[in-house]
Design a protein around this ligand. Structure first.
Ligand SMILES: Cc1cc2nc3c(=O)[nH]c(=O)nc-3n(C[C@H](O)[C@H](O)[C@H](O)COP(=O)(O)OP(=O)(O)OC[C@H]3O[C@@H](n4cnc5c(N)ncnc54)[C@H](O)[C@@H]3O)c2cc1C
Length: 288
């Protein structure tokens, strides 16, 4: 790969201009880009387009709660900041707090985690569970789309050549039960081998909302609306009869290529545990 001219824009407008005029590649924390285009300590990564270091753009920083209860996380917010903010929904905080080691969490950004679109990236999995949207900005204006639609596959996104990821918006939720688990090789610096989020709302013996998302389970995060619909609007006491068909449907949704049998079994066990909490009408909250 050729080594190109690099830039450090001071404003978002300047970055958008570089993006439009030269297709400059955004470098946020650089924890993916520096590894992928490694040239040496202190040198910008090799790439076929100029690289622009966007880490000082304050327009892309910060976490805010809007009047409707949705939470907006700027693209340059680090995993460490997300893990520590009580404004951020629990599933996303859990995923952020399990990313790499402390030094990585202080550098790795949510925009980079999404932009990299690795099937093993930790943040898209809970964000897709929560129907998060991504805000994309260019000189043409802003557009918003479901993150689930934005990430098209392994390392593939719908980012246009003149766009930058501005933020992620998470709609408000009030779940009765929540579940998150990441299985990696070891605690520190462990890239996901498998992860699962699940959430449910139960009211008066009826499952009003049920959702789950599997990470590192295929080319992108798996969210099977078809399988979820088997549980939604069903009385809690009917769930035990549905569980076997639900688990089969989920097993079909996750990719056999990415997920050998033993890992699919782990997913089934985690989903079974979560459904058990609903059926047993355990105290609302986090399912361990
Ligand atoms: C030792 C190590 C351990 C790791 N452990 C984990 C882990 O446990 N979990 C995990 O999920 N990941 C892990 N990673 C991967 C990486 O740290 C994350 O994906 C991180 O979130 C990337 O963020 P970044 O800001 O460093 O991205 P960068 O490297 O700066 O960028 C990544 C990609 O996103 C694009 N991009 C960045 N910001 C924007 C933007 N605002 N708009 C448009 N495009 C943008 C870049 O152009 C590039 O294509 C690890 C990496 C290393 C080196």
């Amino acid at each position: 790969m050729a080594v190109m001219m690099n830039y450090i824009p001071e404003t978002l407008d300047e970055a958008l201009l570089l993006r439009k005029a030269e297709g400059a590649i955004p470098l946020a924390g650089g924890t993916d880009l520096m590894v992928q285009g490694k040239r040496g300590i202190g040198l910008a990564p090799a790439a076929d387009k100029p690289v622009m270091i966007i880490s000082s753009l304050k327009e892309l920083k910060g976490i805010a709660m809007h009047d409707d209860g949705s939470v907006e996380i700027g693209a340059l917010t680090t995993a460490g900041e997300i893990a520590q903010s009580l404004m951020v929904p629990w599933h996303v905080r859990m995923a952020a707090s399990g990313m790499g080691a402390v030094a990585l969490r202080n550098t790795a950004t949510i925009g980079g985690n999404i932009g990299n679109a690795s099937p093993k990236g930790d943040l898209p999995q809970p964000l897709i569970l929560l129907d998060a949207e991504v805000v994309l900005i260019s000189f043409g204006g802003e557009r918003r789309m479901l993150l689930d639609d934005f990430i098209k596959g392994s390392k593939k996104t719908d980012l246009h050549d003149d766009e930058i990821i501005k933020s992620v918006i998470i709609p408000p939720h009030d779940f009765t039960y929540s579940y998150y688990r990441k299985i990696g090789m070891r605690k520190a610096n462990a890239i996901s081998k498998l992860s699962l989020s699940a959430a449910a709302v139960v009211k008066d013996g009826l499952v009003v909302d049920f959702r789950a998302s599997s990470g590192a389970a295929g080319p992108k995060v798996i969210r099977s609306r078809e399988a979820e619909s088997m549980i939604i609007r069903r009385p809690v006491d009917e769930i035990p009869d549905i569980v076997p068909d639900f688990l089969t449907a989920w097993d079909h949704a996750i990719s056999p290529h990415a997920m050998p049998k033993y890992r699919r079994n782990s997913t089934s066990r985690m989903l079974t545990r979560f459904l058990e909490a609903i059926v047993n009408e355990e105290a609302p909250g986090i399912v361990e």
